[in-house]
Design a binder for this molecule. Structure first.
Ligand code: ATP
Ligand code: MG
Length: 266
């Protein structure tokens, strides 16, 4: 006979520390998501379709989405935001930061446990962040952990048990490397996360964080950068741009400092 206690125990089991996980996700998007281009909103809308699909369609208990793009383009923050907004009962992140000092077999065990825990919940979302670093891939050599790779390849494709649904959101800055490792085909969908690619997009970020309250400073900055980038490619990751804005903010000569930093970064 099933008693109340069994129920409570079962609930404990399917609720693996949502609190801790959700704090972790909040930290990943500490600076929020700024809509500096239509692609940002479009990405979140597309991702939300997958969230809904796993939630409602009986035919797709497993969907996986890879967010790829240059380093610092905002992949981790976007993945964390998708996870938070999903409001699924089980959301977890597999990240290199969470496995510092682990041996290969500890990594394999840790990743496997997170997937096994997810199979206990009716609806789960797992973020696999920074996949090339999870694999300890290094460009010199090149070397990586084959046991972690094999584990991920199996788990990303593995159908959850009957009645369970799982959405996997992976991130990588090394799409080519994943392709060589045969991992791209494991993901059912992929979306490019773009850098801040025009001065107008940069403007939207600047306005959002209110760096220049002095309009003449702002105008001078725009003139300088427009001249400099005339016919040249402008591209910077949102992560770096936000960092550089905060550096400039500390400087009494904000305008000069900002232009300098941008020229160094781009
Ligand atoms: P890395 O390649 O080093 O892993 P990343 O691509 O994962 O970097 P994040 O760590 O997500 O980049 O950093 C993006 C930062 O920019 C976060 O602090 C996030 O809050 C902020 N941010 C602001 N607007 C956006 C946006 N539109 N998209 C993504 N992140 C944004
Ligand atoms: Mg990241």
């Amino acid at each position: 006979k099933i008693m109340r206690d069994d129920f409570v125990k079962a609930l404990d089991e399917v609720k693996p520390a949502f609190g801790i996980a959700s704090e972790e996700f909040e930290q990943c998007a500490a600076n929020g998501i700024i809509e500096f281009a239509p692609s940002v909103g479009e990405l979140l809308e597309k991702a939300n379709l997958f969230v809904e699909q796993v939630n409602h369609s009986n035919r797709s208990p497993l969907v996986s989405l890879l967010l790829y793009g240059p380093s610092g383009s905002g992949k981790t923050a976007l993945a964390a935001t998708i996870a938070q907004r999903s409001a699924y009962p089980f959301v977890k992140m597999v990240s290199p930061e969470g496995m510092i000092g682990y041996t290969d077999s500890q990594r394999v065990a840790h990743i496997t446990k997170i997937f096994n825990d997810s199979y206990k919940s009716p609806l789960s979302l797992i973020v696999i962040d920074d996949i090339e670093r999870l694999l300890e891939w290094v460009p010199i050599g090149p070397r990586f952990s084959n046991s972690v790779l094999q584990t991920l390849l199996v788990l990303i494709k593995k159908q959850p048990p009957k009645g369970r649904r799982l959405l996997i959101v992976g991130t990588t800055s090394e799409r080519n490397v994943l392709s060589e490792m045969d991992m791209l085909s494991a993901f059912s969908n992929e979306i490019l996360v773009e850098n801040v690619n025009t001065l107008d997009e940069m403007d939207r970020v600047l306005r959002h964080v209110r760096l220049f309250d002095d309009t003449s400073d702002y105008a001078r900055m725009r003139t300088d950068l427009t001249t400099h980038f005339e016919g040249r490619l402008f591209s910077i990751g949102i992560k770096k741009l936000l960092l550089l804005i905060e550096t400039a903010r500390q400087d009494p000569e904000k305008y000069k400092r900002f232009v300098e930093e941008i020229l160094v970064a781009c």
